[in-house]
Structure formats: structure tokens, C-alpha cells
Design a binder for this molecule. Structure first.
Ligand SMILES: Cc1cc2nc3c(=O)[nH]c(=O)nc-3n(C[C@H](O)[C@H](O)[C@H](O)COP(=O)(O)OP(=O)(O)OC[C@H]3O[C@@H](n4cnc5c(N)ncnc54)[C@H](O)[C@@H]3O)c2cc1C
Length: 383
């Protein structure tokens, strides 16, 4: 991935936005358990962040996916993981399939307002009994004349309470589980939708997560994204964007964690010298920085291949796995050097420790990533 003059400029725009408009409010949003998504996303739209790789016909900038990765990487500067995650739902988790496979009418009605910052999007795939096992989900959409009737329960849905629409995966036939699913845009104002109050989470506190019950919710047949029966495949394509985005957001977050820890350890005196005066501490932080840089190379390599038109399911899955694992190591190692201060709720590293823990679970657990990698490498098959 190159860093052109424009890309360097965009990086500094995002850093200024975070320093002036996100971090000063972050503590209050975390305490409240929510941030004002419409207000913040509208501002991000003004900065040109909401549609960097989306088609120009709908207000996007029509750039390649490396720009989404750049945005994700810079958003990792936020002192909270919640905003980069919720914003990622808006750009790289809940709308990529709509942008690629949606009809012109659907894109005008739902994608354009997302890019303009007027609509908040959510993606509703997971269910109480089907998180890792996406193929086994139970939500169904039954055709009735010119409409589909959606019934089922979705679980762990980010942005649900503030969303204007949900990108829903539902069963539309009795075909085998990879061919019986279709994707729909379901407007949040439709009758029959109940969204729970926010779930009480370990981290990502200011990103609201809810359960949604769809009870006979009617949507026009034209709100289907892509072809009937293609929903599972389209969601797998959408996951490529999600995994690259998620992996990219961890890079700066981990570096900020390492740098903040180095700063603290430089000042903290023990036995007459600073904690950072110990070579063991310096070496550990150096090792962690090397690992972050190696992950960055993997993310950039996957992104380059993606931009070149390759299927990067394998590389994106590897990057997501590695990001989740490394985030656990980095945050845990750094927290240790803060002593009791690291155990305090509002400590910046303890927040990263809680927020980034999600990476090994959300968007598919580490084990799900390993399952995909093992399958693609043919490790389960006989010679
Ligand atoms: C804060 C948060 C936000 C989320 N946001 C969204 C969202 O916006 N939209 C959405 O659709 N979903 C969302 N999710 C759901 C998320 O994608 C799922 O939690 C995830 O896919 C895991 O599913 P599960 O929780 O049902 O765990 P389960 O499927 O019950 O799995 C439990 C554990 O079993 C283990 N496991 C799984 N498969 C294997 C295997 N093959 N071999 C060995 N062990 C295995 C793993 O350790 C896994 O963590 C969110 C989740 C959280 C916590």
C-alpha cells in the first residue's frame, strides 16, 4: 500500500477529528453507554469518511479499498474501540453487499443516505443459537405477494437502537443451508420490530449492542439485496471487507497502547530508576511493536491483493485471527507494566484491554477463523 500525498492528508484529517471531536467526548459516551451515532456519522460524512470506496453515483468517492483500510487504521487512534467498531458497521460490515449487489432503487434509498451521514446502518446476521454457525440461522423470510414476511430473533446487533435499517440474513427456502438464504434491507421503522435495551458489556461500552425480534415484519420484495438464495454467498463476500477493516483498526490502537505504556514507564520510578530503565521492559515493548508491524504487513498485503481483484478470504481471515490474538497479548503485556494503575477502570490501557478483547469473538471467533483457514488449506481432507 502506497501513502500518496492525498492519503497522508486524509490521515491527518482523521487524527485531528479524533483529537478534537472524539477523545474529548469519549469518557462521557462510555459512561452513558452510547454515543450520538447520527451526529458523529454526519460529521464523518462531512469529512468524506463514510463512502470512500462506495460508488460515486450514490455520493461515494469511488476509491479503492485501500482507502477504507487507511480510514480504519487511523480510527484506531481513538481512545475507545466503540467508535471505530460502530463506524465499521456503517461502512464495511452492513453496507458492502448493498453497494455491490443492491438494485439501483435500493442503493438510492438506503446507501446514499448512509454515505451522506443521514442514516445509521446495522448488520443483523447472528442469532441466539447461531453465531459461529451462520449457515444454521433460523430467521426466515416468507414470500407473500409482492412482500416478504420476516420472522426471527437476531442477537448482539451493533448500532441496533440508533439504526435506520438492518441488513438482515434470513432463510427463504428449504434448500441446503448455503443456498437457502437471502439478504434484505429491513427499515427500522417497520411494524413488528422490537429492539432490546443495550446489553451490559465488558468493553466497547459506548457502542450499543441489542437483541432484535422480528415478528412478522413486512418488507417489499424489492428490498432483497442480490438474488434469492445468494444471501449466504453475499454475506461471505461482505465478511472480507469486515475482516480487513477490523484487523486494520487494531494497528494504531495497539501502538497507542504500547506508546502510552512506554510514556508511563518512563516516568514511574521504582527502586530508584524508571520502570522503562529495565531492559526487560524495553525489549518486551520492542517485541510487541515488531509484531504489530508484521500484522500491518499482512493487512497491507491482503489489501493490495483485494484491490487487484483477488479473492482474499484466506488472507483477510488470517489477518482477523492474528489481530484478535495479538491485541490480547499487547493489551495484557502493557497493562502489566502499569501495576495497580492498570487495574483501574478508566485507565487507557485497561480500556483497550476490555475493548480489543472483542476482536477474538465478534465478527467470527478465532476458532471460526481457524476453521476457514484449515478448510481453505485442505488440512481436514485426506491425501
Ligand atoms: C459486542 C458484540 C457486537 C457484535 N455485533 C454484531 C453485529 O453487529 N451483527 C451481527 O450479526 N453479529 C454481531 N456480533 C455477534 C458475533 O459475531 C458473534 O458473537 C460471534 O460470531 C460468535 O458467535 P456466538 O457468540 O454465538 O458464539 P458461539 O457460536 O456460541 O461460539 C462460542 C465459542 O465456541 C468456540 N467455537 C466456535 N466454533 C468452534 C470450532 N469450530 N471449534 C472449536 N471451537 C469453536 C469459540 O471459542 C467461540 O467463541 C457481535 C458480538 C458482540 C459480542
Amino acid at each position: 500500500m502506497q501513502n500518496s500525498h492525498e492519503q497522508v492528508a486524509l490521515r491527518s484529517v482523521i487524527r485531528r477529528f479524533i483529537a478534537e471531536e472524539v477523545d474529548p467526548n469519549a469518557q462521557e459516551w462510555e459512561r452513558r453507554g452510547a454515543f450520538p451515532a447520527h451526529e458523529v456519522f454526519r460529521r464523518m460524512a462531512e469529512l468524506g469518511l463514510t463512502g470512500v470506496s462506495k460508488p460515486v453515483e450514490y455520493g461515494g468517492l469511488g476509491l479503492d479499498f485501500s482507502w477504507e483500510v487507511l480510514v480504519a487504521e487511523e480510527l484506531g487512534h481513538c481512545s475507545i474501540g466503540a467508535l471505530p467498531m460502530a463506524f465499521g458497521v456503517q461502512t464495511c460490515m452492513g453496507t458492502p453487499a448493498l453497494a455491490r449487489f443492491g438494485s439501483d432503487e435500493l442503493r438510492r434509498e438506503f446507501l446514499a443516505p448512509v454515505i451522506a451521514g443521514d442514516y445509521v446502518a446495522a448488520v443483523a446476521v447472528s442469532e441466539p443459537q447461531a453465531g459461529s454457525d451462520v449457515a444454521g440461522l433460523k430467521c426466515k423470510a416468507v414470500r407473500d405477494g409482492g412482500e416478504y414476511v420476516v420472522t426471527g430473533t437476531k442477537m448482539w446487533i451493533t448500532n441496533a437502537l440508533q439504526a435506520d435499517f438492518f441488513c438482515v440474513l434470513a432463510n427463504t427456502s428449504d434448500e441446503p443451508s448455503h443456498r437457502n438464504k437471502s439478504m434484505f434491507i429491513v427499515p427500522a421503522k417497520q411494524r413488528g420490530i422490537a429492539v432490546s435495551k443495550p446489553l451490559d458489556k465488558l468493553g466497547m461500552r459506548s457502542s450499543e449492542t441489542s437483541e432484535i425480534v422480528f415478528d412478522g415484519v413486512r418488507v417489499p420484495a424489492s428490498f432483497m439485496v442480490g438474488e434469492e438464495g445468494e444471501g449466504f454467498r453475499n454475506q461471505m463476500v461482505q465478511f472480507q471487507d469486515e475482516r480487513l477493516y477490523v484487523a486494520a483498526t487494531t494497528l494504531r490502537a495497539m501502538e497507542r497502547c504500547i506508546d502510552t505504556t512506554a510514556d508511563y514507564c518512563r516516568e514511574r520510578m521504582i527502586f530508584g530508576s524508571s520502570v522503562l530503565g529495565n531492559q526487560a521492559v524495553q525489549f518486551r515493548l520492542a517485541e510487541l511493536q515488531v509484531d504489530v508491524e508484521a500484522l500491518r504487513s499482512l493487512v497491507y498485503r491482503a489489501t493490495d491483493a483485494y484491490v487487484a481483484g483477488e479473492d482474499v478470504t484466506l488472507l483477510a481471515t488470517m489477518a482477523k485471527l492474528k489481530a484478535g490474538r495479538l491485541a490480547r497479548v499487547v493489551t495484557d503485556s502493557c497493562l502489566q507494566y502499569w501495576g495497580g494503575m492498570g487495574f483501574m477502570w478508566d485507565n487507557p490501557v485497561s480500556r483497550y484491554y476490555r475493548d480489543l478483547r472483542l476482536l477474538s469473538i465478534g465478527g467470527g471467533s478465532d476458532e471460526t477463523m481457524l476453521q476457514v483457514i484449515a478448510k481453505m488449506k485442505g488440512f481436514g481432507s485426506r491425501r
